[in-house]
Design a protein around this ligand. Structure first.
Ligand code: ZN
Length: 591
């Protein structure tokens, strides 16, 4: 997830799988870039003994040709580089410490570990409260730099300082309001027939239960959680808008989009419209098929389908058979590692730490922690023996290989990945079980074929759901006083093919991103487009990527090593040879 800004980011990427089943609760904290530091600080991790060998094989490449592109830097550019690099020297070790403390807290959530983590986090923020550096940055900003990338870095860095030094009170009020709403929502205990249940239990019911009465009760119990916080969320949206106005933006959605993710609101809208128009027909067809199957299963008419009927895993779903064939969790790990071996990675000998199975005091989601670019990536997961777990592990390993592939020759602030880019690679890797043949020794060819064909269905569902969530969020910030229940209803009809006669409710308020990660969902949406475009390109160059050992080197040389040293759209164009568009994704849907 991300972000405080482009400079200090969250460094954990939540797994895509949980988004697919829509119970995704993103990690919330206010951290900090994953950063290299002095190695003495890094005692809790020992590098792989094969690291030297690994570095040689995937050696650091000279990036100067890309970083400087022959441009002349003027004196102010050089002055900024000096300030930036001085600051980075302090930032690196403190960020690394915070990253490691965060990992320790997530794998063992004791009060002591929480305190350690909060302390090291605060030490990072302290660095941004330095008036002297802030003044230097302001004066450089005023006179302007020549280099485009440096100008952007300067702008981001200045904003970080500005927000820590000047918007303190307002930011504090926003943080408090957010925490209040989060605790209110977390305190809500869903009930079915007067008995307490859990959010996980509800998801299970909606996936497996055919008893419509019980489904409706589970669905209602979930929506009531939204009722508890809906009014608070509206107030919070208004507060955020007030903050954005002080920064010269129309509303907070546009502020966050531009300032945190460098995405232009009009550009995003055009992309959404393009996907909507191109995928409209195929979506209508898939939605009609899905509705017919569901209605048949329940023995009702298509027009009687309600929100609580959706989400059921049907018996003819090939994932069911795959799950049956996966006897152990270890099998899941072997299949995933073998897929990476096929791409030319030696996961066991990379500086990657795997903490894969549930344990007491351990966070229950799936994350990749980018501890130190090129040197240290760690996965926290809670795998079981099913196809979803293969998706999760392949996904998180995708974040890892990206992070390990980033060149350490880059300036420290560029030793990271854009959220949508790393998410795109991870999603692409998660799809490999439905794209290529990594399950060929696990299930009969017929099942695998069916499973592969189902990819487009999950793609379509994901894309429609993302469009719904983004369109709603945008409109909510534009006009928080409108009837939001009705807005959600109308957009559900438009994007997901929901029935027009369904009742209006506060389901929208159960989307966790609206509270904790404003304007973030568009990263997943864009990542999904990138993923399709990247895979097409790779497949053209390399064939099935899990059957070509050059894949690892190709990805590193052409994508990973660059970190954020060029802008996101330049990077995607350089890598795939085309600017980002919806073309590849729409083709996947039609296949
Ligand atoms: Zn991810």
């Amino acid at each position: 997830m991300s972000s405080k800004s482009n400079i200090s980011k969250f460094f954990c990427y939540d797994c895509y799988l949980s988004m697919k089943i829509f119970s995704f609760e993103p990690i919330k904290s206010s951290v900090i870039q994953n950063r290299r530091g002095n190695e003495k600080d890094n005692s809790s991790f020992s590098y792989s003994s094969n690291w030297a060998e690994y570095s040689k094989q995937y050696g650091i490449i000279n990036l100067s040709s890309v970083m400087f592109k022959g441009k002349d830097k003027n004196m102010r550019d050089n002055e900024f580089i000096k300030v930036r690099d001085e600051f980075s020297k302090d930032l690196e070790p403190k960020s690394l410490k915070a990253n490691i403390d965060c990992w320790n807290f997530y794998i063992n959530s004791t009060d002591e570990n929480r305190e350690k983590y909060e302390t090291s986090q605060e030490k990072v923020y302290e660095l941004y409260r330095n008036e002297d550096i802030y003044k230097k940055l302001k004066s450089l900003e005023k006179s302007g730099l020549t280099d485009k990338h440096l100008s952007k870095q300067l702008k981001d860095l200045t904003r970080e300082f500005d927000e820590e030094l000047n918007a303190g009170e307002l930011k504090k009020a926003l943080r408090e309001k957010e925490n209040d709403i989060a605790s209110k929502y977390n305190r809500y205990i869903p009930m079915i027939d007067g008995k307490e249940t859990t959010k996980a239990e509800i998801s299970k019911i909606l996936q497996n239960e055919k008893d419509v009465d019980l489904r409706k009760k589970a669905y209602d119990a979930r929506i009531k959680g939204g009722d508890v916080i809906a009014d608070d969320l509206v107030d919070f949206v208004k507060m955020r808008n007030e903050f954005a106005k002080t920064k010269g933006y129309k509303n907070f959605f546009e502020y966050q989009l531009k300032e945190a993710y460098d995405v232009d609101a009009n550009y995003l809208q055009n992309l959404l419209d393009e996907v909507y128009d191109n995928a409209k027909d195929v979506n209508a067809k898939l939605q009609a098929e899905n509705k017919k199957e569901l209605a048949d299963e329940y023995g009702i008419g298509i027009n009687d389908l309600k929100a609580y009927h959706y989400g059921l895993l049907l018996d003819n779903n090939p994932a069911k058979e795959i799950n049956k064939s996966l006897k152990t969790k270890e099998q899941v790990v072997d299949i995933s590692k073998n897929a990476y071996t096929g791409m030319g990675y030696d996961v066991d000998n990379m500086p990657v730490t795997l903490d894969l199975f549930p344990r007491k005091n351990k966070n229950t989601h799936g994350f990749c922690f980018d501890i130190e670019a090129g040197r240290d990536a760690r996965i926290l997961a809670n795998l079981t023996n099913d196809a979803n777990s293969i998706d999760t592990l392949c996904h998180e390993l995708g974040h890892c290989v990206y992070h390990i592939g980033i060149s350490r020759d880059l300036p420290f602030l560029d030793q990271t990945a854009y959220p949508a880019m790393t998410e795109a690679v991870a999603m692409m890797m998660g799809d490999l079980q439905q794209r290529e043949n990594i399950l060929k020794d696990t299930v009969p060819a017929e099942t695998l074929d069916k499973f592969k064909k189902d990819l487009k269905k999950s793609e379509a569902k994901f894309i429609n759901r993302s469009m719904l969530i983004i369109a709603f969020e945008k409109s909510m910030y534009e006009n928080p006083d409108q009837d939001l229940g009705k807005l959600w209803h109308d957009l559900r009809v438009k994007y997901t093919g929901a029935n027009e006669n369904e009742e209006i409710n506060n389901e929208w308020a159960t989307i966790p991103h609206y509270l904790s990660h404003p304007a973030y969902y568009q990263n997943y949406f864009r990542a999904n487009l990138m993923k399709a475009q990247m895979y097409n390109h790779l497949h053209k160059e390399l064939g099935n990527i899990t059957e070509n050992k050059n894949t690892a080197k190709y990805l590193k040389d052409n994508l990973f090593q660059y970190g954020t040293c060029m802008e996101e759209n330049e990077l995607i164009e350089k890598f795939t040879g085309e600017p980002l568009s919806s073309k590849a994704l729409c083709e996947t849907l039609k296949e």
